[in-house]
Design a protein around this ligand. Sequence first.
Ligand code: GLN
Length: 487
Amino acid sequence: MSELHSKTLAELSGLLADGETSSVELTRTLLERVGARDAELNSFITVTPERALAQAEAADARRKRGDAGPLTGLPLVHKDIFCTRGVKTSCGSRMLDNFVAPYDATVVQRLDAAGMVMLGKSNMDEFAMGSSNETSWYGPVRNPWDTARVPGGSSGGSVAAVAASFAPAATGTDTGGSIRQPAAFTNLTGLKPTYGRVSRYGMIAFASSLDQAGTITRTAEDAAMMLGAMAGFDDADSTSVDREVPVYRATLNRDLKGLKVGVPVEFFDEGLDSKVADAVQAALDVYRSLGCEVVKVSLPNLMLSVPTYYVIAPAECASNLSRFDGARFGYRCENPRDLTDMYERSRGDGFGDEVKRRIMTGTYVLSAGYYDAYYLKAQKTRHLIAADFAKAFEEVDLLMGPTTPTPAFKLGEKTDDPITMYLNDIYVNGVNLAGLPGLSIPMGFIDGLPVGFQIIGNHFQEALMLNAAHRYQCETDWHTRTPEGFK
Ligand code: GLN
């Protein structure tokens, strides 16, 4: 039997229910591990031991009273983009280094109500802008599979913490791949739900038409457990959808016979590492053996998704981040001469280079004279990309392919060239533009580094995606592997 720290949520839930361990014991074990090893990875911005132990005690008391649910007493880490009352919520930025949130995000509130225990807040790319977790004001996060490499971004701290067995699960956000890409780089299961499935209330906004909260876990079963508690309508978020939340865990074992899987030919372009392509074929064979029919489909406008995303996301971020002006939240420069000086220096010092690059790009594409050429054009291509997906889903039940073109790259390898960095998102950000759910699961290793298999569903098809992922995880053991240095 593996040790407590490397167990899944489902396993731990069983142990707690059987009285084999307590939430306090589990929480102590994990906090000790974080204290002993996180300096090597930098996956946490804030560790909250007192709060964690108080929550663990409350969870154990709740269990004694007989009203524990499946998640009660299970530890997790929240990405530092979610507001947590009384706890620093930095969003990876110097701008919010002194910000203590006065309220909890809906996601935090709901997981709290389910009895989950927050160990702390995870490191992330500044304002969730990045694909490598190198833009954080708190320094880069390292990949536990190879500490010379990035864990992916922007939810890099969340994945590193779970991959290193500091926590069995974490929350993440995915605006353009930030759950799926880092999950792929660290051998984890990362689920980005349909836009509107999970409330964005209290999640610091990057690009509001794309942002969505999701889960980072070892298995699809664990993702099902967490999503069930997080999802659902919230009248504090007007884009959350009022639609019943299925019991995702109940349909994980459904037979996949006759399921039609589409493989977009555009995913197999020259940028795709041939070994990643081979791993995708092997994963598709598993689905064939489970009785799925695998067919080719085409998403002809998919290759426009990176340029489209990198116009729309910066445009929305330029607007969202205008609230950080030194007057209302966060960092204010010393001794401003006048109002303009305060704005300029607070924003100049408070934001890092990548955030500034996005604000400038966004302001440019929204400005009179360029709006039609860039922003409006990007909205039109966004529509074409969404229409391609809609057409594909008339033919097939799920789409499958790679999550990333390559395994994790080295720290510093792409920092001087933003375009190369952005191209790492090639297979993930079309899904956000179309508002679809996407899932990445472990599908093998290339030279010791994990690679991810992506499953894309039609809107609100999370139950089917989790079912497909779970059945794959019953046939394979990639997801059970943990990094040698963090056993
Ligand atoms: N890599 C993408 C970006 O930098 C994704 C970010 C995200 O999903 N939060 O914008």
